[in-house]
Ligand binder design. Structure first.
Ligand code: ATP
Ligand code: MG
Length: 467
């Protein structure tokens, strides 16, 4: 046997069967299922438990390592199967331990001329998801999750039985699911209040994703509540809203997988010319109108939550569908958002009109290339001490200089930023505003060309900096 291979001991009803796998640091859920099917070709195995011997105490230092993917695979599968299992590997992740212990131990054993301990796995046929899926983990089997408006747990798994064909099983395993172990993290895209966003590659779906990872020290009950509150994201289907693929908890982190936008967020662009911003505003208004039609308030409209791509698409992200998630993050990150409407800053009740204000102040910042209240210095992020934002409540809202912008644009922003929420345009009036009507021509080319040019300039500047 190849000394780099590791032994997988499969505990079958008729006795132990060994299988070997090369390159253990890349071991994932599918590798293990393939190994099971090698020795049990007739059985329908959709899950397995594993028993981790000392040398299999896994721990990775960062979510970007392949190593972690294999750990996650094991944990997820065990959770899917049976929470009360005696084989639940609660020692897989140890708080504060950042060494890749699995590799160290394996290498030590090899250096001493020993074969590493086999990984013992216990194949299982699936139970009904009601019993099995206590963490509300989502498995999406549709080839194009963008079109998937159904509940996240597919019927094919919900109706699981011992009779399921292996072809069906293969389809479930390979068809566009997003499981933690299938995500290969690439670079970090940014860091916001509470979360870090990574560009990542989804191996089975063969697509690039943006994965927001938020550490949350909360109970399993709250995790379940968040997962159920996020269900509505599967139903969101609008070209102006970022496509949501999946969300899952691994230990004390939630990962939210969405469509990747190669132009990033608007906060990093400097001044945006009015004819480009007009098309962006149309998309933002359409995105908000869509959310409002689903009775969802965005609650966090700001340039960093408006994403663009090189095809000229503009999409909203990070809207507050999960109260529990918003509350859990807010417990760690204290501050008030500088894009909040005056009524929110002063703690009054608010509604759709608060989103309208936030859109207005965002467009104004993007048009001017600076935050419209010069006395408010936003250094990093948008959260500020409440006292510093008092001027938004007390002062007359700023107005765009008429000498630099069209009358329609100035009027549009002024309407959106009326201090009295009732005087701001309602959804229908927003779409009917002459500024929006003027740029509602479906011309994505304008935004596309502008995004490409800005990205090109950024690349050139980076290259110059390196020389
Ligand atoms: P907040 O946490 O308050 O929303 P934020 O929007 O600045 O603040 P994040 O949401 O964590 O922070 O996002 C960080 C950065 O990651 C964004 O500014 C954006 O540049 C990038 N980003 C987020 N989502 C995507 C995506 N789907 N595609 C490409 N880049 C993204
Ligand atoms: Mg954001």
């Amino acid at each position: 046997m190849n000394t780099e291979a590791i032994v997988i001991r499969i505990k079958t009803p008729t006795g132990d069967m060994d299988s070997s796998v090369d390159c253990p640091s890349l071991l994932n859920f599918n590798d293990l299922l393939v190994a099971i099917r090698d020795v049990m070709p007739e059985a329908t195995v959709t899950a397995f438990e594993c028993f981790l011997a000392a040398s299999w105490q896994l721990k990775a230092s960062a979510p970007s390592t392949d190593f972690l993917h294999s750990c996650v695979a094991l944990v997820v599968i065990v959770m899917l199967e049976d929470p009360s299992s005696t084989h639940y590997p609660s020692s897989v992740f140890r708080e504060g331990d950042s060494r890749p212990r699995y590799c160290n131990t394996m290498n030590e054993q090899r250096m001493n001329g020993l074969l590493p301990d086999p990984l013992q796995i216990f194949p299982r046929a699936g139970k009904t998801p009601g019993i099995r899926n206590i963490h509300g983990l989502k498995v999406n089997t549709r080839p194009n999750p963008a079109n998937d408006c159904s509940h996240a747990v597919p019927d094919s798994i919900a109706n699981n039985s011992l009779k399921k064909s292996s072809a069906e099983l293969k389809r479930i395993l390979t068809n566009g699911q997003i499981n933690a172990q299938d995500i290969h993290y690439q670079e970090q895209l940014g860091h916001g209040n509470g979360g870090t966003v990574y560009k990542a590659y989804h191996v089975h779906g063969k697509r690039v994703l943006a994965v927001k990872v938020i550490p949350l020290d909360i109970t399993v009950e709250l995790q379940k509540q968040i997962m159920s509150e996020l269900e509505i994201l599967y139903k969101c289907d609008s070209p102006y809203i970022i496509t949501f693929f999946s969300a899952f908890f691994v230990e004390n982190r939630i990962s939210i997988c969405t469509e990747f936008m190669d132009g990033g967020s608007l906060d990093v662009y400097k001044r945006i010319p009015e004819h480009v911003l007009g098309r962006i505003a149309v998309a933002v208004v359409k995105g908000l109108t869509y959310l409002w039609s689903l009775k969802i308030l965005h609650r966090d409209v700001k340039p960093s939550n408006m994403l663009v791509n090189t095809r000229g698409r503009v999409k909203l992200c990070d809207f507050g569908v999960s109260t529990q998630l918003v509350n859990s993050i807010a417990k760690t990150y204290v501050g008030t958002n500088a894009y909040m409407a005056p009524e929110r800053i002063s703690g009054e009740q608010y509604g759709i009109h608060a989103d309208v204000w936030s859109a207005g102040i965002s467009f104004m910042e993007l048009a001017l290339g600076m935050f419209p209240y010069p006395q408010i210095q936003k250094n990093q992020g948008s959260l500020m001490p409440l006292q510093l934002l008092q001027c938004i409540v007390d002062e007359d809202p700023p107005v765009l200089p008429v000498s630099q912008f069209s009358e329609k644009f100035v009027h549009f922003i002024t309407q959106c930023m009326r201090r009295n929420p009732k005087e701001r345009p309602a959804p229908n009036n927003l779409m009917d505003h002459p500024f929006i009507v003027q740029y509602n021509d479906g011309n994505a080319e304008v935004v596309s060309m502008w995004v490409c040019r800005c990205l090109e300039e950024r690349r050139a500047q980076l290259a110059q900096g390196r020389m």
